[in-house]
Design a protein around this ligand. Structure first.
Ligand SMILES: [Mn+2]
Length: 342
């Protein structure tokens, strides 16, 4: 197919208009319109669609990798079945959250059925993501997963764990996501890394930008030697004391194993870049700091085996989607570039 880099194409349902077939593509985008367990602001189920629509804005030229847009990519259609299921389950989850806000507990009979239905549906979603990822990985495809809330990549992480003997996760996030369930939801957006650490192949979890955590999460960080947290307070304290971001990035990268999965929760960035995300927290990384870190990961010789981008939620304008699209493009290019060395 002929693509003209000087004239971005008409909307064709593919991210960035880069519309190869799945067969010829090196990188496949899988979107998950799911935000069932979202506790605060909703809307991340529409994040992938917002990124998709905004993805026609950025130019294809990448200053680090000028020709990389030519590497074929394909976009799987956003499942309307999952979107509909999400809609139905959200109202059940809302009932649970409402019950808890009114002083009830997760053990109450009044919400037992709702909790069970939501938890079962989350297991089914994880299985579905696992199947999709496994099929693509078997064909030697790279995959980029777009949320949805941060509960969605677990199946993908499991599929990667079957393909690679071991790997590490670089998590950029305002939250540690190490809760053993949240509000009765076993597969909550606040629990993704708790579940990831149950996968034996995941040997490292390096967290960057976290700044909103509970006591139990801190205890897990301190006792599980697979986890290293570069929390936002520490990063900023050291920056104020004159330690450069370049130096701090090298310290972060030194903790990573050779194979790296990137889990990017958009709320790891400063809220000016994600004003409509589900649980925004002041502080966080600047857009360019995040990009710099990711570029350095690749320059350091690490191989990115896959990534997710979660928690983008659209507002009344295109901004959240626009930032998400630019981040998705860079994540994609860096993943491809890190693989091309082999
Ligand atoms: Mn998260």
């Amino acid at each position: 197919m002929y693509l003209d880099p000087n004239n971005v194409s008409e909307f064709n349902g593919h991210f960035f208009g880069l519309s190869s077939s799945v067969e010829e593509a090196n990188l496949i985008y899988l979107s998950i319109p799911w935000d069932v367990t979202t506790s605060y602001g909703e809307g991340t189920a529409k994040g992938a669609q917002a990124i998709l629509e905004a993805s026609y804005e950025p130019e294809w030229y990448d200053f680090d990798y000028p020709d990389i847009w030519q590497v074929p990519r394909a976009t799987l259609p956003i499942s309307s079945e999952i979107a509909q299921k999400n809609q139905k389950l959200r109202s059940l989850a809302q009932k649970v959250i409402q019950h808890l806000e009114n002083g009830g507990t997760t053990d109450d009979e009044a919400i037992a059925k709702e909790l069970q239905t939501v938890n079962q549906a989350s297991i089914e979603l994880n299985d579905w993501v696992y199947q999709q990822a496994q099929q693509l990985i078997k064909q030697n495809k790279l995959m980029g997963l777009i949320g949805g809330d941060h509960s969605v990549p677990l199946g993908y992480m499991k599929a990667l764990a079957e393909h690679y003997p071991s790997y590490g996760i670089l998590q950029i996030d305002a939250h540690a996501d190490l809760r053993n369930g949240y509000e009765g939801f076993i597969y909550s957006h606040a629990s993704i890394m708790y579940h990831a650490l149950q996968i034996p192949a995941i040997t490292h979890l390096i967290q960057v930008g976290i700044r909103d955590v509970c006591q139990a999460e801190i205890e897990l960080i301190q006792t599980d030697n697979r986890i290293v947290a570069f929390d936002d307070w520490q990063l900023k304290d050291r920056a104020f004391a004159g330690i450069t971001w370049a130096q701090q990035c090298q310290e972060i990268i030194a903790k990573l194993p050779p194979l790296v999965y990137i889990s990017f929760d958009i709320d790891g960035l400063s809220p000016e870049f994600c004003p409509n995300t589900g649980t925004p927290v002041p502080g966080g990384l600047q857009f360019n700091e995040a990009i710099y870190l990711l570029c350095e990961v690749v320059k350091a010789g690490k191989t990115i085996i896959g990534f997710d981008l979660c928690e983008v939620a659209p507002g009344n304008d295109e901004w959240d989607g626009n930032v998400g699209a630019r981040l998705l493009y860079k994540l994609s290019n860096l993943t491809i570039a890190s693989q091309q060395r082999h």
